[in-house]
Design a binder for this molecule. Structure first.
Ligand SMILES: Nc1ncnc2c1ncn2[C@@H]1O[C@H](COP(=O)(O)OP(=O)(O)OP(=O)(O)O)[C@@H](O)[C@H]1O
Ligand SMILES: Nc1ncnc2c1ncn2[C@@H]1O[C@H](COP(=O)(O)OP(=O)(O)OP(=O)(O)O)[C@@H](O)[C@H]1O
Ligand SMILES: [Mg+2]
Ligand SMILES: [Mg+2]
Lengths: 227, 227
Protein backbone atom coordinates (compact mmCIF):
# COMPACT_ATOMS: atom_id res chain seq x y z
CA UNK A 1 0.00 0.00 0.00
CA UNK A 2 2.72 2.46 1.08
CA UNK A 3 6.39 2.30 0.13
CA UNK A 4 9.07 4.84 0.98
CA UNK A 5 12.68 4.57 -0.23
CA UNK A 6 15.74 6.45 1.03
CA UNK A 7 13.39 8.99 2.53
CA UNK A 8 14.90 12.20 3.85
CA UNK A 9 13.29 15.31 5.27
CA UNK A 10 15.55 18.15 6.34
CA UNK A 11 14.50 21.45 7.93
CA UNK A 12 16.88 24.31 7.15
CA UNK A 13 16.86 27.10 9.66
CA UNK A 14 19.48 29.69 8.87
CA UNK A 15 22.81 27.97 9.51
CA UNK A 16 21.26 24.92 11.18
CA UNK A 17 20.09 21.79 9.33
CA UNK A 18 17.77 19.44 11.20
CA UNK A 19 17.71 15.96 9.62
CA UNK A 20 14.28 15.03 10.97
CA UNK A 21 14.04 11.97 8.68
CA UNK A 22 17.51 10.80 7.68
CA UNK A 23 17.26 7.83 5.31
CA UNK A 24 14.21 5.62 5.83
CA UNK A 25 13.11 2.57 3.80
CA UNK A 26 9.69 1.29 4.81
CA UNK A 27 6.95 -0.80 3.24
CA UNK A 28 3.45 -0.93 4.75
CA UNK A 29 1.21 -3.76 3.49
CA UNK A 30 -2.53 -3.35 3.02
CA UNK A 31 -4.39 -4.18 6.21
CA UNK A 32 -1.37 -4.07 8.52
CA UNK A 33 -1.61 -2.76 12.10
CA UNK A 34 1.70 -1.01 12.80
CA UNK A 35 3.04 0.91 15.80
CA UNK A 36 5.82 3.49 15.36
CA UNK A 37 7.80 4.12 18.54
CA UNK A 38 10.89 6.11 19.51
CA UNK A 39 12.25 8.96 21.60
CA UNK A 40 10.71 12.40 21.64
CA UNK A 41 12.20 14.30 18.69
CA UNK A 42 13.28 11.17 16.78
CA UNK A 43 11.25 11.95 13.63
CA UNK A 44 7.98 10.05 14.06
CA UNK A 45 5.55 12.90 13.32
CA UNK A 46 7.67 14.05 10.37
CA UNK A 47 7.58 10.52 8.91
CA UNK A 48 3.81 10.28 9.54
CA UNK A 49 3.15 13.55 7.69
CA UNK A 50 5.00 12.23 4.64
CA UNK A 51 3.20 8.85 4.79
CA UNK A 52 -0.08 10.75 5.09
CA UNK A 53 0.57 12.94 2.01
CA UNK A 54 0.65 16.08 4.14
CA UNK A 55 4.29 16.82 3.42
CA UNK A 56 6.78 16.00 0.65
CA UNK A 57 10.28 14.63 1.29
CA UNK A 58 13.53 16.54 0.73
CA UNK A 59 14.76 13.45 -1.17
CA UNK A 60 13.73 9.84 -1.71
CA UNK A 61 10.45 8.45 -3.06
CA UNK A 62 6.96 7.79 -1.72
CA UNK A 63 4.58 5.37 -3.45
CA UNK A 64 0.92 5.13 -2.43
CA UNK A 65 -1.08 2.32 -4.09
CA UNK A 66 1.67 2.10 -6.70
CA UNK A 67 1.52 5.80 -7.60
CA UNK A 68 4.65 7.91 -7.09
CA UNK A 69 3.37 10.78 -5.00
CA UNK A 70 6.71 12.30 -4.01
CA UNK A 71 6.51 14.81 -6.79
CA UNK A 72 2.87 15.13 -7.83
CA UNK A 73 0.95 18.40 -7.82
CA UNK A 74 -0.56 19.72 -4.60
CA UNK A 75 -4.01 19.18 -6.11
CA UNK A 76 -3.36 15.48 -6.76
CA UNK A 77 -1.84 15.05 -3.29
CA UNK A 78 -4.91 16.68 -1.78
CA UNK A 79 -7.32 14.40 -3.69
CA UNK A 80 -5.45 11.24 -2.61
CA UNK A 81 -5.24 12.40 0.96
CA UNK A 82 -8.86 13.42 1.40
CA UNK A 83 -10.40 10.35 -0.21
CA UNK A 84 -8.16 7.64 1.19
CA UNK A 85 -6.42 8.82 4.35
CA UNK A 86 -7.56 9.77 7.85
CA UNK A 87 -5.00 11.59 10.02
CA UNK A 88 -5.18 12.07 13.80
CA UNK A 89 -2.81 14.95 14.61
CA UNK A 90 -0.64 14.99 17.73
CA UNK A 91 -1.97 18.48 18.50
CA UNK A 92 -5.50 17.73 17.18
CA UNK A 93 -5.76 20.72 14.76
CA UNK A 94 -9.46 21.32 15.43
CA UNK A 95 -11.29 24.51 14.45
CA UNK A 96 -12.01 26.31 17.71
CA UNK A 97 -14.82 28.46 16.34
CA UNK A 98 -16.88 25.49 15.07
CA UNK A 99 -18.67 22.91 17.19
CA UNK A 100 -17.43 19.32 17.27
CA UNK A 101 -20.16 18.03 14.92
CA UNK A 102 -19.08 20.59 12.30
CA UNK A 103 -15.43 19.73 12.91
CA UNK A 104 -16.08 16.05 12.21
CA UNK A 105 -18.28 16.82 9.17
CA UNK A 106 -15.59 19.03 7.59
CA UNK A 107 -13.62 16.35 5.67
CA UNK A 108 -16.89 14.72 4.55
CA UNK A 109 -17.50 17.29 1.81
CA UNK A 110 -15.16 15.28 -0.41
CA UNK A 111 -17.54 12.33 -0.48
CA UNK A 112 -20.39 14.58 -1.63
CA UNK A 113 -23.15 12.95 0.41
CA UNK A 114 -26.39 14.64 1.53
CA UNK A 115 -25.85 16.98 4.53
CA UNK A 116 -28.37 14.94 6.55
CA UNK A 117 -26.41 11.75 5.90
CA UNK A 118 -23.13 13.43 6.80
CA UNK A 119 -24.65 14.82 10.02
CA UNK A 120 -25.93 11.39 11.06
CA UNK A 121 -22.60 9.66 10.32
CA UNK A 122 -20.66 12.33 12.23
CA UNK A 123 -22.94 12.15 15.25
CA UNK A 124 -22.69 8.32 15.20
CA UNK A 125 -18.88 8.36 15.35
CA UNK A 126 -18.88 11.00 18.10
CA UNK A 127 -21.45 9.04 20.14
CA UNK A 128 -19.35 5.88 19.77
CA UNK A 129 -16.50 7.88 21.34
CA UNK A 130 -18.63 9.01 24.29
CA UNK A 131 -19.31 12.55 23.06
CA UNK A 132 -22.92 12.18 21.95
CA UNK A 133 -24.16 14.71 24.52
CA UNK A 134 -21.62 17.39 23.53
CA UNK A 135 -22.21 17.65 19.73
CA UNK A 136 -22.96 21.38 19.72
CA UNK A 137 -20.04 22.29 21.97
CA UNK A 138 -16.81 23.83 20.68
CA UNK A 139 -13.32 22.39 21.29
CA UNK A 140 -12.58 25.18 23.81
CA UNK A 141 -15.53 23.94 25.88
CA UNK A 142 -14.19 20.41 26.20
CA UNK A 143 -11.43 18.61 28.10
CA UNK A 144 -8.07 17.65 26.56
CA UNK A 145 -9.04 14.01 26.23
CA UNK A 146 -12.45 14.90 24.77
CA UNK A 147 -10.69 17.00 22.11
CA UNK A 148 -8.40 14.08 21.36
CA UNK A 149 -11.45 11.92 20.73
CA UNK A 150 -12.94 14.56 18.40
CA UNK A 151 -9.67 14.49 16.42
CA UNK A 152 -9.97 10.70 16.17
CA UNK A 153 -13.62 10.97 15.07
CA UNK A 154 -12.71 13.48 12.36
CA UNK A 155 -9.98 11.19 11.00
CA UNK A 156 -12.55 8.38 10.63
CA UNK A 157 -15.32 10.56 9.16
CA UNK A 158 -14.50 9.78 5.51
CA UNK A 159 -14.25 6.01 6.08
CA UNK A 160 -10.60 6.09 4.92
CA UNK A 161 -8.70 2.95 3.88
CA UNK A 162 -5.56 4.19 5.67
CA UNK A 163 -5.61 5.65 9.18
CA UNK A 164 -2.54 7.42 10.59
CA UNK A 165 -2.82 8.28 14.29
CA UNK A 166 -0.08 10.39 15.90
CA UNK A 167 -0.18 9.57 19.63
CA UNK A 168 -3.98 9.09 19.76
CA UNK A 169 -4.12 8.32 23.51
CA UNK A 170 -1.62 10.80 25.00
CA UNK A 171 -4.39 12.64 26.86
CA UNK A 172 -6.54 9.66 27.76
CA UNK A 173 -6.87 7.57 30.93
CA UNK A 174 -6.20 3.85 30.61
CA UNK A 175 -9.88 2.83 30.34
CA UNK A 176 -10.62 5.30 27.55
CA UNK A 177 -7.30 4.33 25.86
CA UNK A 178 -8.39 0.68 25.86
CA UNK A 179 -11.68 1.68 24.20
CA UNK A 180 -9.78 3.59 21.51
CA UNK A 181 -7.47 0.62 20.89
CA UNK A 182 -10.46 -1.75 20.63
CA UNK A 183 -11.99 0.61 18.08
CA UNK A 184 -8.73 0.65 16.09
CA UNK A 185 -8.50 -3.14 16.21
CA UNK A 186 -12.09 -3.39 14.97
CA UNK A 187 -11.34 -1.00 12.08
CA UNK A 188 -8.27 -3.11 11.27
CA UNK A 189 -10.39 -6.28 11.23
CA UNK A 190 -12.72 -4.51 8.79
CA UNK A 191 -9.74 -4.11 6.45
CA UNK A 192 -8.32 -0.69 7.23
CA UNK A 193 -4.55 -0.20 7.27
CA UNK A 194 -3.59 1.39 10.60
CA UNK A 195 -0.32 3.13 11.51
CA UNK A 196 -0.04 4.69 14.95
CA UNK A 197 2.72 6.56 16.70
CA UNK A 198 2.53 5.74 20.38
CA UNK A 199 4.50 6.06 23.59
CA UNK A 200 2.02 3.71 25.30
CA UNK A 201 3.29 0.14 25.71
CA UNK A 202 -0.27 -1.12 26.06
CA UNK A 203 -1.09 0.21 22.61
CA UNK A 204 2.16 -0.97 20.96
CA UNK A 205 1.84 -4.54 22.30
CA UNK A 206 -1.55 -4.84 20.58
CA UNK A 207 -0.08 -4.04 17.14
CA UNK A 208 1.13 -6.79 14.79
CA UNK A 209 4.24 -4.90 13.75
CA UNK A 210 6.50 -2.47 15.62
CA UNK A 211 8.88 0.00 13.97
CA UNK A 212 11.35 1.88 16.18
CA UNK A 213 12.82 5.22 15.06
CA UNK A 214 15.95 6.95 16.38
CA UNK A 215 17.56 10.13 15.02
CA UNK A 216 15.46 9.98 11.84
CA UNK A 217 16.35 6.35 11.01
CA UNK A 218 14.70 2.99 11.60
CA UNK A 219 16.67 0.98 14.14
CA UNK A 220 14.19 -1.88 14.61
CA UNK A 221 11.36 -3.29 12.49
CA UNK A 222 9.82 -6.52 13.70
CA UNK A 223 6.66 -8.61 13.81
CA UNK A 224 5.15 -8.61 17.28
CA UNK A 225 5.19 -12.24 18.47
CA UNK A 226 2.62 -11.67 21.25
CA UNK A 227 0.10 -10.40 18.74
CA UNK B 1 -0.63 25.21 51.85
CA UNK B 2 -3.82 24.80 49.77
CA UNK B 3 -7.29 24.12 51.11
CA UNK B 4 -10.51 23.93 49.11
CA UNK B 5 -13.96 23.43 50.68
CA UNK B 6 -17.21 22.44 48.99
CA UNK B 7 -15.68 23.52 45.73
CA UNK B 8 -17.98 23.75 42.72
CA UNK B 9 -17.34 24.97 39.19
CA UNK B 10 -20.22 24.92 36.74
CA UNK B 11 -20.15 25.90 33.08
CA UNK B 12 -23.48 27.24 31.84
CA UNK B 13 -24.02 26.87 28.12
CA UNK B 14 -27.48 27.97 27.09
CA UNK B 15 -29.82 25.37 28.59
CA UNK B 16 -27.02 22.99 29.57
CA UNK B 17 -25.16 23.06 32.90
CA UNK B 18 -21.88 21.18 33.09
CA UNK B 19 -20.87 20.48 36.71
CA UNK B 20 -17.15 20.14 35.99
CA UNK B 21 -16.27 20.28 39.71
CA UNK B 22 -19.21 19.17 41.81
CA UNK B 23 -18.36 19.43 45.51
CA UNK B 24 -14.68 18.89 46.35
CA UNK B 25 -12.96 19.13 49.75
CA UNK B 26 -9.18 18.86 49.51
CA UNK B 27 -6.21 19.86 51.59
CA UNK B 28 -2.67 19.89 50.16
CA UNK B 29 0.16 20.08 52.69
CA UNK B 30 3.40 21.96 52.03
CA UNK B 31 5.94 19.72 50.35
CA UNK B 32 3.50 16.98 49.33
CA UNK B 33 3.89 15.08 46.03
CA UNK B 34 0.34 14.34 44.85
CA UNK B 35 -1.04 12.66 41.73
CA UNK B 36 -4.58 13.43 40.52
CA UNK B 37 -6.08 10.69 38.38
CA UNK B 38 -9.45 9.96 36.78
CA UNK B 39 -11.34 9.44 33.54
CA UNK B 40 -11.11 11.86 30.64
CA UNK B 41 -13.68 14.64 31.33
CA UNK B 42 -13.91 13.98 35.09
CA UNK B 43 -12.84 17.51 36.12
CA UNK B 44 -9.09 17.26 36.73
CA UNK B 45 -7.99 20.24 34.61
CA UNK B 46 -10.84 22.37 35.97
CA UNK B 47 -9.77 21.57 39.54
CA UNK B 48 -6.12 22.28 38.69
CA UNK B 49 -6.97 25.72 37.27
CA UNK B 50 -8.74 26.66 40.50
CA UNK B 51 -5.88 25.32 42.66
CA UNK B 52 -3.46 27.29 40.47
CA UNK B 53 -5.35 30.59 40.86
CA UNK B 54 -6.16 30.67 37.15
CA UNK B 55 -9.91 30.36 37.67
CA UNK B 56 -12.37 31.12 40.45
CA UNK B 57 -15.01 28.66 41.69
CA UNK B 58 -18.77 29.00 41.16
CA UNK B 59 -19.14 28.30 44.90
CA UNK B 60 -17.02 27.09 47.82
CA UNK B 61 -13.74 28.51 49.15
CA UNK B 62 -10.07 28.36 48.22
CA UNK B 63 -7.33 29.18 50.72
CA UNK B 64 -3.70 29.55 49.64
CA UNK B 65 -1.17 29.97 52.47
CA UNK B 66 -4.06 30.86 54.76
CA UNK B 67 -5.39 33.63 52.50
CA UNK B 68 -8.93 33.30 51.11
CA UNK B 69 -8.39 33.73 47.39
CA UNK B 70 -11.83 32.63 46.19
CA UNK B 71 -12.99 36.20 46.01
CA UNK B 72 -9.94 38.45 45.80
CA UNK B 73 -9.31 40.91 42.98
CA UNK B 74 -7.82 39.72 39.69
CA UNK B 75 -4.73 41.79 40.47
CA UNK B 76 -4.13 40.00 43.79
CA UNK B 77 -4.78 36.60 42.19
CA UNK B 78 -2.27 37.45 39.48
CA UNK B 79 0.42 38.48 41.99
CA UNK B 80 0.00 35.26 44.03
CA UNK B 81 0.02 33.14 40.91
CA UNK B 82 3.07 34.65 39.26
CA UNK B 83 5.29 34.69 42.34
CA UNK B 84 4.40 31.35 43.89
CA UNK B 85 2.93 29.01 41.31
CA UNK B 86 4.24 27.28 38.20
CA UNK B 87 1.63 25.71 35.88
CA UNK B 88 2.28 23.19 33.11
CA UNK B 89 -0.77 23.33 30.82
CA UNK B 90 -2.24 20.21 29.20
CA UNK B 91 -2.10 22.02 25.85
CA UNK B 92 1.17 23.86 26.63
CA UNK B 93 -0.05 27.42 25.84
CA UNK B 94 3.26 28.54 24.35
CA UNK B 95 3.66 31.69 22.23
CA UNK B 96 4.24 30.45 18.69
CA UNK B 97 5.85 33.67 17.44
CA UNK B 98 8.54 33.71 20.13
CA UNK B 99 11.47 31.31 20.45
CA UNK B 100 11.60 28.85 23.34
CA UNK B 101 14.15 30.86 25.32
CA UNK B 102 11.82 33.88 25.22
CA UNK B 103 8.86 31.67 26.12
CA UNK B 104 10.64 30.41 29.24
CA UNK B 105 11.86 33.90 30.20
CA UNK B 106 8.36 35.38 29.97
CA UNK B 107 7.14 34.68 33.55
CA UNK B 108 10.52 35.77 34.93
CA UNK B 109 9.72 39.47 34.61
CA UNK B 110 7.90 39.23 37.94
CA UNK B 111 11.10 38.50 39.81
CA UNK B 112 12.74 41.60 38.33
CA UNK B 113 16.19 40.12 37.81
CA UNK B 114 18.78 41.35 35.28
CA UNK B 115 17.98 40.17 31.70
CA UNK B 116 21.36 38.40 31.55
CA UNK B 117 20.57 36.43 34.71
CA UNK B 118 17.10 35.53 33.43
CA UNK B 119 18.58 34.40 30.11
CA UNK B 120 21.14 32.17 31.80
CA UNK B 121 18.55 30.60 34.15
CA UNK B 122 16.16 29.96 31.26
CA UNK B 123 18.85 28.37 29.11
CA UNK B 124 19.94 26.21 32.07
CA UNK B 125 16.45 24.77 32.61
CA UNK B 126 16.00 24.14 28.87
CA UNK B 127 19.40 22.42 28.64
CA UNK B 128 18.52 20.24 31.62
CA UNK B 129 15.46 19.14 29.61
CA UNK B 130 17.53 18.29 26.53
CA UNK B 131 16.69 21.40 24.51
CA UNK B 132 19.97 23.30 24.86
CA UNK B 133 20.65 23.17 21.11
CA UNK B 134 17.22 24.52 20.15
CA UNK B 135 17.01 27.72 22.24
CA UNK B 136 16.40 30.05 19.30
CA UNK B 137 13.77 27.83 17.68
CA UNK B 138 10.04 28.52 17.88
CA UNK B 139 7.44 26.04 19.18
CA UNK B 140 6.21 25.40 15.60
CA UNK B 141 9.70 24.20 14.73
CA UNK B 142 9.77 21.54 17.43
CA UNK B 143 8.17 18.14 18.07
CA UNK B 144 5.16 17.60 20.36
CA UNK B 145 7.27 16.20 23.15
CA UNK B 146 9.86 18.98 22.81
CA UNK B 147 7.04 21.54 23.21
CA UNK B 148 5.82 19.70 26.28
CA UNK B 149 9.30 20.05 27.78
CA UNK B 150 9.32 23.79 27.01
CA UNK B 151 6.00 24.10 28.86
CA UNK B 152 7.57 22.32 31.84
CA UNK B 153 10.64 24.58 31.71
CA UNK B 154 8.46 27.70 31.67
CA UNK B 155 6.52 26.51 34.73
CA UNK B 156 9.80 26.15 36.64
CA UNK B 157 11.33 29.44 35.44
CA UNK B 158 10.23 31.48 38.47
CA UNK B 159 11.41 28.90 41.01
CA UNK B 160 7.83 28.54 42.31
CA UNK B 161 7.01 26.93 45.67
CA UNK B 162 3.99 25.16 44.15
CA UNK B 163 4.12 23.31 40.81
CA UNK B 164 0.93 22.15 39.12
CA UNK B 165 1.50 19.91 36.08
CA UNK B 166 -1.48 18.88 33.94
CA UNK B 167 -0.46 15.64 32.19
CA UNK B 168 3.22 16.62 31.82
CA UNK B 169 4.28 13.40 30.02
CA UNK B 170 1.36 12.75 27.64
CA UNK B 171 3.59 13.35 24.59
CA UNK B 172 6.78 11.77 25.92
CA UNK B 173 8.34 8.34 25.45
CA UNK B 174 8.97 6.28 28.58
CA UNK B 175 12.66 7.23 28.89
CA UNK B 176 12.01 10.95 28.67
CA UNK B 177 9.00 10.54 31.03
CA UNK B 178 11.27 8.91 33.62
CA UNK B 179 13.67 11.87 33.35
CA UNK B 180 10.80 14.29 33.92
CA UNK B 181 9.60 12.31 36.96
CA UNK B 182 13.14 12.26 38.39
CA UNK B 183 13.29 16.02 37.95
CA UNK B 184 9.93 16.42 39.72
CA UNK B 185 11.06 14.16 42.57
CA UNK B 186 14.24 16.22 42.93
CA UNK B 187 12.23 19.47 43.05
CA UNK B 188 9.99 17.86 45.70
CA UNK B 189 13.04 16.87 47.75
CA UNK B 190 14.15 20.52 47.57
CA UNK B 191 10.87 21.48 49.23
CA UNK B 192 8.49 22.26 46.39
CA UNK B 193 4.87 21.18 46.65
CA UNK B 194 3.99 19.19 43.50
CA UNK B 195 0.53 18.31 42.16
CA UNK B 196 0.33 16.46 38.85
CA UNK B 197 -2.57 15.18 36.81
CA UNK B 198 -1.48 12.02 35.09
CA UNK B 199 -2.85 9.07 33.17
CA UNK B 200 0.54 7.34 33.46
CA UNK B 201 0.68 4.62 36.12
CA UNK B 202 4.47 4.92 36.25
CA UNK B 203 4.17 8.55 37.27
CA UNK B 204 1.31 8.02 39.76
CA UNK B 205 3.07 5.15 41.56
CA UNK B 206 6.02 7.48 42.31
CA UNK B 207 3.79 10.00 44.11
CA UNK B 208 3.24 9.84 47.86
CA UNK B 209 -0.47 10.59 47.64
CA UNK B 210 -3.07 9.71 45.00
CA UNK B 211 -6.42 11.49 44.57
CA UNK B 212 -8.97 9.99 42.18
CA UNK B 213 -11.69 12.17 40.59
CA UNK B 214 -14.94 11.02 38.98
CA UNK B 215 -17.77 13.24 37.71
CA UNK B 216 -16.34 16.29 39.47
CA UNK B 217 -16.03 14.61 42.88
CA UNK B 218 -13.22 12.91 44.80
CA UNK B 219 -13.90 9.18 45.04
CA UNK B 220 -10.53 8.13 46.49
CA UNK B 221 -7.80 9.94 48.41
CA UNK B 222 -5.04 7.78 49.84
CA UNK B 223 -1.40 7.66 50.81
CA UNK B 224 0.60 5.55 48.38
CA UNK B 225 2.03 2.64 50.40
CA UNK B 226 4.66 1.73 47.78
CA UNK B 227 6.11 5.22 47.96
N1 LIG C 1 -15.01 26.02 28.92
C1 LIG C 1 -15.84 24.97 29.14
N2 LIG C 1 -17.17 25.08 28.88
C2 LIG C 1 -18.00 24.05 29.09
N3 LIG C 1 -17.65 22.86 29.60
C3 LIG C 1 -16.34 22.69 29.88
C4 LIG C 1 -15.38 23.73 29.67
N4 LIG C 1 -14.15 23.25 30.03
C5 LIG C 1 -14.35 21.98 30.45
N5 LIG C 1 -15.66 21.64 30.36
C6 LIG C 1 -16.26 20.37 30.74
O1 LIG C 1 -16.04 20.13 32.12
C7 LIG C 1 -15.78 18.73 32.33
C8 LIG C 1 -14.43 18.56 32.99
O2 LIG C 1 -13.41 19.05 32.13
P1 LIG C 1 -11.87 18.93 32.49
O3 LIG C 1 -11.10 19.62 31.42
O4 LIG C 1 -11.65 19.41 33.89
O5 LIG C 1 -11.66 17.35 32.44
P2 LIG C 1 -10.34 16.47 32.65
O6 LIG C 1 -10.56 15.56 33.79
O7 LIG C 1 -9.14 17.37 32.69
O8 LIG C 1 -10.30 15.59 31.33
P3 LIG C 1 -9.06 15.06 30.41
O9 LIG C 1 -8.44 13.92 31.16
O10 LIG C 1 -9.75 14.63 29.16
O11 LIG C 1 -8.12 16.21 30.20
C9 LIG C 1 -15.84 18.05 30.96
O12 LIG C 1 -17.12 17.46 30.79
C10 LIG C 1 -15.64 19.20 30.00
O13 LIG C 1 -16.28 18.98 28.77
N1 LIG D 1 9.03 22.87 11.33
C1 LIG D 1 10.18 22.40 11.84
N2 LIG D 1 11.32 23.14 11.71
C2 LIG D 1 12.48 22.69 12.21
N3 LIG D 1 12.67 21.55 12.86
C3 LIG D 1 11.58 20.77 13.04
C4 LIG D 1 10.29 21.16 12.55
N4 LIG D 1 9.40 20.19 12.90
C5 LIG D 1 10.09 19.25 13.56
N5 LIG D 1 11.40 19.60 13.64
C6 LIG D 1 12.48 18.83 14.27
O1 LIG D 1 12.57 17.56 13.62
C7 LIG D 1 12.87 16.55 14.58
C8 LIG D 1 11.79 15.48 14.53
O2 LIG D 1 10.55 16.05 14.88
P1 LIG D 1 9.24 15.17 15.00
O3 LIG D 1 8.10 16.09 15.29
O4 LIG D 1 9.09 14.29 13.81
O5 LIG D 1 9.57 14.27 16.28
P2 LIG D 1 8.70 13.16 17.04
O6 LIG D 1 9.42 11.87 16.97
O7 LIG D 1 7.30 13.19 16.54
O8 LIG D 1 8.74 13.67 18.55
P3 LIG D 1 7.62 13.63 19.73
O9 LIG D 1 7.60 12.22 20.23
O10 LIG D 1 8.21 14.59 20.73
O11 LIG D 1 6.35 14.09 19.17
C9 LIG D 1 12.94 17.23 15.95
O12 LIG D 1 14.28 17.49 16.29
C10 LIG D 1 12.18 18.52 15.73
O13 LIG D 1 12.65 19.56 16.56
MG1 LIG E 1 5.51 13.80 17.38
MG1 LIG F 1 -7.57 17.70 31.40
Amino acid sequence: LLKVSELKRTYIMGEVEVHAVNGIDLEIKKGELTAIVGQSGSGKSTLMHILGCLDTPTSGTVHFNGEDISSVSDERLSVVRNSEIGFVFQSFNLLSHRNILENVMLPMVYKQEEPEIRKRKASNILSALGLGDRLLHKPTELSGGQNQRVAIARALANNPSLVLADEPTGNLDSNTSKEIMSLFQELNRLGKTMIMVTHDQNIAKNCERIVEIMDGKIIKDFINKDF
